[in-house]
Design a protein around this ligand. Structure first.
Ligand code: FAD
Length: 283
């Protein structure tokens, strides 16, 4: 894990673009509080196929302008044409955006008819590099527990290397609670000569049902002992959240001690518990 240790540490918080006026106001307050801890950047998710194109764009520009913190749009290629992508990328460039979280995306069900012109995230990385050279810092996704659609772990690692070779600057992992998966992943990357920073994606634990459902979709294992405890809390949300905060704080401490070059919090537009975990870490 030595190569990862050499990278400068960086911390970031991810939001989704709110749909309602109430959501917009809530996000304003939340990002104001996160601004106080002076993160490296904020990021704003994108609905694959362009379903949040305008909202993501407005949220990115509004967040960067109002907080003064660098803000990165997520951008996915599935379901979008090259022309749509080119327009958006050039708009972002003109607006002073310097970083993009570059993804393939998952099309919502029912949109299967139009898959777009670029098939994989690596195609989008190459496309952005061809269009705009080195202007953007390009983040890509990494999967310590394997992307659920990959044929096998080695095929997924090979696909990750293709993305890196296409011009990715750094990566953010899918969230995980199994640290061994992360250690093996980093080890494999090193053996394959992948030396970009691989920052750990952090998903706080606040709700048992949502976590189980979402983890099944994105292929994140919830270790049996964690699941058993969470299940046992039933309606006692306070105890569940307290336990979740302890577990995730411990995970952050461990990956940082192993040399992880930073943390990226999937905040889901909630101030707590990402901020509590952040404070526990005394960073
Ligand atoms: P890719 O890297 O293209 O990989 C997708 C699959 O194809 C993998 O199984 C891979 O092994 C395989 N593959 C890749 N290249 C090849 C190749 N050349 N040949 C054969 N197989 C290949 N989704 C959203 O819709 N919006 C978001 O804002 C969003 N933000 C995210 C942020 C982070 C940090 C992460 C980790 C995920 C995010 N996602 C988001 C989810 C992501 O879009 C999905 O996980 C999606 O299924 C894969 O995207 P990717 O960029 O990893 O795809």
């Amino acid at each position: 894990m030595n190569a990862q240790k050499d990278h400068e540490k960086r911390f970031s918080f991810e939001f989704f673009p709110p749909k309602t006026d109430v959501g917009v106001e809530k996000l304003k307050k939340v990002r104001e509080e996160f601004t106080k801890v002076n993160p490296h950047f904020f990021s704003v998710t994108y609905g694959a196929g362009g379903s949040t194109r305008d909202r993501t764009y407005e949220t990115v520009l509004g967040t960067q302008k109002e907080t003064g913190i660098e803000t990165a749009p997520h951008l996915s290629c599935v379901g979008d044409t090259k022309e749509q992508l080119r327009d958006l990328i050039n708009d972002y460039k003109e607006q002073g955006i310097k970083r993009i979280v570059t993804l393939r995306g998952d099309l919502p069900s029912g949109m299967g008819a139009s898959l777009g012109e670029l098939k994989y995230a690596s195609d989008l990385v190459k496309f952005i590099r061809d269009e705009t050279g080195d202007h953007f810092h390009l983040e890509v996704a990494a999967y310590p527990e394997m992307h659920p659609q990959a044929a096998n772990m080695q095929a997924d690692l090979d696909a990750f290397k293709v993305k890196v070779d296409a011009g990715a600057s750094s990566a953010i992992t899918q969230y995980f609670y199994n640290i061994d998966a992360y250690k093996y992943f980093i080890d494999s990357c090193e053996k394959m000569g992948i030396d970009i920073p691989i920052v750990v994606g952090i998903m706080p634990i606040t709700n048992y049902e949502n976590l189980v459902r979402f983890s099944a979709t994105c292929g994140a294992e919830i270790p049996r002992w964690i699941k058993a405890r969470l299940e046992g809390y039933g309606d006692d949300l306070d105890s569940l959240k307290k336990f979740g905060e302890e577990v995730v704080t411990g995970l952050c401490e461990e990956v940082l001690a192993l040399g992880a070059p930073g943390l990226h919090f999937y905040t889901l537009n909630q101030l707590e518990p990402s901020l509590s975990i952040w404070k526990n870490l005394n960073l």
